[in-house]
Each structure stands twice: as structure tokens, then as C-alpha cells.
Design a protein around this ligand. Structure first.
Ligand code: SF4
Length: 69
């Protein structure tokens, strides 16, 4: 699973970082959150999804880049 933060929606509340600091970090320069892992590790998926669902701005978006081959 891949996630990204829409910086236009993020209000920089820090909730996602509080829920899953292994996956999200507030970028101090920009004041918005960013996803710090390329792919969410299996063992962190549950807390990453909790963070996604708990985001008050719905700024955390799942990236679907599955390629068919
Ligand atoms: Fe931004 Fe949502 Fe994280 Fe708050 S919970 S910092 S609004 S991405």
C-alpha cells in the first residue's frame, strides 16, 4: 500500500504523525505532513489506515499504481 499527503488539503495538525510516526512526519518548513516511506510496510498498514481515516482534512490519499502485466 502506498499513501501520499495532499499538501493543499493538509492543515498540519500532526494527528497522522501522532498515530503512525513511522509513516508520517510534519515537514517543518512547509508545515504539512509527508509520507516518509515509499511503501507502507505490512505491519504498519493498520496504524497508517487509522491515520488516514483519522485525518480531519482527508488529506491522506491512497496511491494506486498497480500495473497490470
Ligand atoms: Fe495533515 Fe491530515 Fe496529517 Fe493532520 S492528519 S497533519 S491534516 S495529513
Amino acid at each position: 500500500m502506498k499513501l501520499k499527503v495532499d499538501e493543499n488539503l493538509c492543515i498540519g495538525c500532526g494527528a497522522c504523525e501522532a498515530v503512525c510516526k513511522q509513516c508520517f512526519r510534519i515537514n517543518d518548513e512547509e508545515g504539512v505532513a509527508e509520507v516518509i516511506v515509499k511503501e507502507i510496510p505490512k505491519e504498519l498498514e493498520k496504524s497508517a489506515i487509522d491515520a488516514k481515516e483519522g485525518c480531519p482534512a482527508q488529506a491522506i490519499i491512497e496511491v494506486n499504481d498497480k500495473k497490470e502485466n
